[in-house]
Design a protein around this ligand. Structure first.
Ligand SMILES: NC(=O)c1ccc[n+]([C@@H]2O[C@H](COP(=O)([O-])OP(=O)(O)OC[C@H]3O[C@@H](n4cnc5c(N)ncnc54)[C@H](O)[C@@H]3O)[C@@H](O)[C@H]2O)c1
Length: 449
């Protein structure tokens, strides 16, 4: 490792390296708990019991950490969905339609917040006011006043929110963190980062509430905040200024024909985006039955005219350490994955990643470490790992709920990280709407962050 790299990105400890080296093998294994250590039990509740709440924060969390977690309650504005979640998880937790009623009835130590994005802030701030610890799904917020409310509630109640940035815990994305600190390529001068959502996963955002800025904050928040957090973490830097352009090219009004949802659609035979949710019993249980109570269409038409978010987004972002990034997010691609390249003083790290594609690839991720003037290149290939989000979900659960120590760089991120990733997204959304470049400091009533 060169001195320049240390200055640019900090130096990892030996323990961090050992952890990183063992990460791939450990990704799917159950966590080791020190034999002598008594297990402290947590009275745990899930707020928002849809796909993520009942899956990763429900069944998966209980499978991995059932020795310390007691699921004491479920909360969802649609109690029918919470009952469906109970059935899917094999639990019998009491169900409540709002947070206060739940906390009035049951003693809870900690909640996982898995509600619609725009509601995170109110749930988090109220839970902190009531003395309950919070781990929240991303994005932490979809707007500035929501961000302020959480930071104020943390200060007033002297409590800290834990941010569930599972991407940091994916071994392939952690590998990039390590390479930036060990490859000896000097400072990162610029980044080229493109994320591709395919015609299945990308389309899924346009079937549901994510298509509305009022609920998902736009994909600048809902999706790109993951990537903005990764960049902040990879670089150890904060965003400074964002200039962005966004458009809706394939979904919403861009479609030629439309209906309410796929199951009853007269165009189902000809529509490329037809989605047969009846083929997935889990989706039918969580959404079809409970839709009677809230009208939630899990197979909503991707061409509905009320869609006001974008599917085609580009930004130029500058960072506090002098790095600049060109970033893009496209939501109707033939494959799912990303490309990221770090242009450094002495070479380049280039990453090609395939999460899902119709053709065969011999690996999930290929990383090239290329040195200026060298005749060869270092090539690293990484295979797909078990566990949600390329092995990130189980490792995040272990960091949040486990007792085994994690290295400094994998400590569960806090509200500052949540805010910084969201501020980048809010700046990109604002820039897209105003046509002007946005300074993050001008946006934020968040002095001291
Ligand atoms: N980190 C990841 O990789 C990842 C993956 C998927 C989803 N998520 C996040 O998880 C969250 C949930 O996503 P999902 O796909 O499960 O959505 P979903 O629509 O399936 O579930 C959301 C649930 O929240 C409930 N709800 C809405 N407002 C509420 C409130 N105020 N109080 C209680 N319940 C409320 C809804 O009724 C619904 O059941 C989102 O914030 C999303 O960004 C993260």
């Amino acid at each position: 490792m060169t001195d320049e790299t240390r200055t640019a990105a900090g130096s990892p400890s030996r323990r961090e390296f050992l952890y990183a080296a063992g990460a791939a093998a450990a990704a799917a294994a159950l966590p080791a708990r020190a034999a002598a250590e008594p297990a402290r039990r947590t009275r745990y509740a899930i707020v928002g019991t849809g796909h993520r709440g009942s899956g990763m924060w429900g069944a998966e969390a209980l499978k991995r950490h059932g020795d310390t977690l007691d699921l004491v309650a479920l909360c969802d504005v649609n109690p029918q969905r919470a009952e469906a979640a109970n059935a899917l998880m094999g639990t019998k937790a009491p169900v409540y339609p709002d947070l206060d009623r739940m906390l009035d009835a049951v003693k809870v130590d900690r909640i996982a917040v898995c509600t619609v994005d725009s509601t995170h802030s109110a749930v988090i701030a109220r839970a902190l006011d009531r003395g309950v610890d919070v781990v929240t799904e991303k994005p932490m917020v979809t707007g500035l006043s929501q961000c302020r409310a959480i930071l104020d509630a943390e200060r007033t109640n002297r409590r800290k929110v834990a941010m569930a940035f599972n991407y940091r815990y994916s071994p392939k994305l952690e590998k990039i963190w390590s390479l930036l600190r060990t490859s000896g390529l000097g400072k990162v001068t610029s980044i080229d980062f493109s994320w591709y959502l395919d015609v299945f996963h990308g389309a899924d955002y346009f079937r549901r509430w994510h298509r509305l800025k009022a609920q998902g904050g736009s994909l600048w928040l809902h999706k790109a905040s993951h990537h903005f957090d990764l960049v902040n973490w990879w670089l150890g830097a904060d965003p400074v200024e964002v200039s962005a352009v966004s458009s809706l090219r394939r979904y919403g009004k861009a479609g030629a024909v439309r209906h309410t949802h796929c199951r009853t659609c007269p165009h189902k035979a000809s529509c490329e985006f037809f989605f047969d949710m009846t083929a997935t019993p889990r989706l039918m249980a969580l959404y079809a039955g409970p839709a009677g109570a809230d009208g939630y269409l899990r197979d909503g038409c991707v061409f509905r005219e009320d869609c006001d978010t974008w599917d085609t987004m580009s930004a130029v972002i500058s960072y506090s350490n002098g790095t600049t990034m060109t970033y893009s997010l496209n939501a109707f691609m033939p494959f799912e994955g990303f490309r990221v390249a770090f242009n450094c003083e002495k070479g380049r790290i280039e990453v090609r990643d395939y999460e899902r594609q119709p053709w065969e690839v011999p690996y999930e991720t290929e990383i090239l470490v290329a040195r200026n003037f060298a005749k060869d290149v270092e090539r690293i290939t990484l295979q797909k790992l078990p566990g949600g989000h390329s092995g990130g979900d189980p490792r995040l659960l272990d960091a949040v709920f486990g007792s085994a120590p994690v290295p400094e760089h994998l400590r569960v991120p806090d509200s500052r990280a949540g805010a910084m990733s969201c501020l980048t997204g809010i700046a990109a959304r604002t820039s897209s709407e105003t046509g002007k470049s946005v300074k993050v400091a001008d946006l934020s009533p968040l002095a001291g962050l």
